[in-house]
Design a protein around this ligand. Sequence first.
Ligand SMILES: [Zn+2]
Ligand SMILES: [Zn+2]
Length: 178
Amino acid sequence: MSDFRFSVSQLLQEPTGATRHHELDDPQLAVDGTLRMHPVLGHVRLTRTPKGVLADAEVRGNVDVECGRCLTEFEQPVEFSFSEEFFQTVNVNTGVRLPAPEEEDAFLIDEAHKLDLADAMREYLLLNLPPAPRCREDCKGLCTVCGANLNDGPHAHEPELTDERLAALSKLLGDSEQ
Ligand SMILES: [Zn+2]
Ligand SMILES: [Zn+2]
């Protein structure tokens, strides 16, 4: 299981504007039941804010997706960046619980002063997935007659041929009915 949690207890004791840099280098991030990103590379800069920590992340890796034309699964490179503030929930010096942030669905730093990037990464990954992935720019898709992958090579069956065969078949059927 990958871990995208960073301890910010030291950073929270520093003045606003103090920063930390962390490299992201993990084998994978599970996004939902079927989608996963692999590997997860990049970096994040954490900056102390008056209410918590701002995370500026740049992330890159691959996801396995299905080509919208030929339905073949392939690795799609993805790259995204985001900037999200994570709010402090507990005072780092006194342990006193702080008022909840006004923003709904705000990202929170947990009571152990850990900042977990995983949910934000999932959110931004989904926003940055191509809506109609193509295994390659000139994917030829599937044959509308037999369903064969037209990228696999030259593919001969003319619509006329099919019509001829159908005509022959219906003639045969017609003959047998007499
Ligand atoms: Zn394709
Ligand atoms: Zn075909």
